[in-house]
Ligand binder design. Structure first.
Ligand SMILES: Nc1ncnc2c1ncn2[C@@H]1O[C@H](COP(=O)(O)OP(=O)(O)OP(=O)(O)O)[C@@H](O)[C@H]1O
Ligand SMILES: O=C(O)c1ccc[n+]([C@@H]2O[C@H](COP(=O)([O-])O)[C@@H](O)[C@H]2O)c1
Length: 220
C-alpha cells in the first residue's frame, strides 16, 4: 500500500511553552516518523480557564521557542480563528485543505483521551484524523466505557499512520519531563525564577513583557 505524506499536530494552550512540550513533540516526531510535526496553540479552549496571557503573547513565545530548529512547525490557525476553539473544526479545515491522501494525526496525553467523550462532536474526530495518545510508563488504559470501545475497534500501530489517512487510535508509552505551565506561572507570581524549565528566549520575553506576575494577565 502507498506511503502517505504524514502530518502530526500537538495541541495545547502553551501558557507558556516549556521544555516538557518541546521534548514531547520532538520525541513524538521521531517515534512516529512523521513528515511534519506542527505545534497547534489553541485560542480559547472551552474546557479550561482562559489562558493567563493573550493569544499574541503565546504565539510570540512559541515562535521564539521554535526559532532555529527546523523539526517543529507552528500552526497558527486556531489562534486566528475567533470564538471557542474546537479540534473538530481545525481538523475539518485541514482535511479540506489537504484532501484525502494525507495522513493527519492529532496527539494528546492520556488524560486528554479520558475526557474525549466530552469534546465537541468527538465521534467525528476519527473520521478526520488518527489520534495518538501518549501514556506515561505505568499508566493504565481504561478497561470499559466509550474510550475502551474505541481502543478495541480502532486501535492500531504506528505503521498504519503512514498507510491510512485517519481512523486509528495509537497509544505510545513515553516519559514526560516533570514540568507544567501551571508551575511556571506560579513560580513567577511568587517572584521565583523558572529558568531551565523553558527556553531562555521565552524567559526573556516573559520578563520584558512582565507576564504572569499576577494570577491573571491580559495582553495585546
Ligand atoms: N511535561 C510535559 N511533557 C510532555 N507533554 C506535556 C507536558 N505538559 C503538558 N504536556 C502536553 O502538552 C500539551 C499542551 O499542554 P498544555 O498547554 O495544557 O500544558 P501544561 O503544561 O499541562 O499547561 P497547564 O499547566 O496550564 O495545564 C498537552 O497535550 C499536554 O498533555
Ligand atoms: O475540541 C474540543 O472540544 C477539545 C476539548 C478538550 C481539548 N481539546 C484540545 O486538546 C488539546 C490539549 O488541550 P489541553 O488544554 O487539555 O492540554 C488542545 O489542542 C485542545 O484544543 C479540544
Amino acid at each position: 500500500m502507498k506511503k502517505l505524506h504524514t502530518i502530526a499536530l500537538f495541541g495545547g494552550t502553551f501558557d507558556p511553552v516549556h521544555f516538557g512540550h518541546l521534548r514531547m513533540a520532538l520525541e513524538l516526531r521521531e517515534a512516529l516518523g512523521v513528515d511534519e510535526m506542527r505545534i497547534l496553540p489553541s485560542r480559547q479552549p472551552r474546557h479550561r480557564e482562559s489562558p493567563g496571557v493573550s493569544a499574541e503573547h503565546r504565539r510570540q513565545m512559541l515562535a521564539l521557542a521554535l526559532a532555529g530548529g527546523g523539526e517543529l512547525q507552528l500552526d497558527e490557525r486556531e489562534l486566528l480563528r475567533p470564538g471557542p476553539t474546537y479540534t473538530v473544526d481545525t481538523l475539518e479545515e485541514l482535511r479540506g485543505e489537504l484532501g484525502e491522501e494525507v495522513s493527519i494525526s492529532f496527539c494528546m496525553g492520556l488524560d486528554s483521551l479520558l475526557t474525549l467523550p466530552n469534546w465537541h462532536r468527538w465521534e467525528r474526530l476519527l473520521e478526520l484524523a488518527h489520534l495518538v495518545v501518549v501514556a506515561r510508563p505505568g499508566w493504565r488504559l481504561p478497561g470499559e466505557g466509550e474510550v475502551a470501545e474505541l481502543l478495541e475497534r480502532q486501535g492500531g500501530g504506528v505503521g498504519q499512520l503512514h498507510r491510512e489517512p485517519c481512523g486509528r487510535l495509537v497509544v505510545r508509552e513515553q516519559t514526560l519531563l516533570p514540568i507544567s505551565a501551571t508551575d511556571i506561572r506560579q513560580l513567577i507570581a511568587a517572584g521565583r525564577s523558572p529558568r531551565y524549565l523553558l527556553p531562555d528566549a521565552v524567559l526573556e520575553y516573559i520578563e520584558n513583557n512582565q507576564l504572569y506576575r499576577t494570577a491573571t494577565e491580559s495582553g495585546p
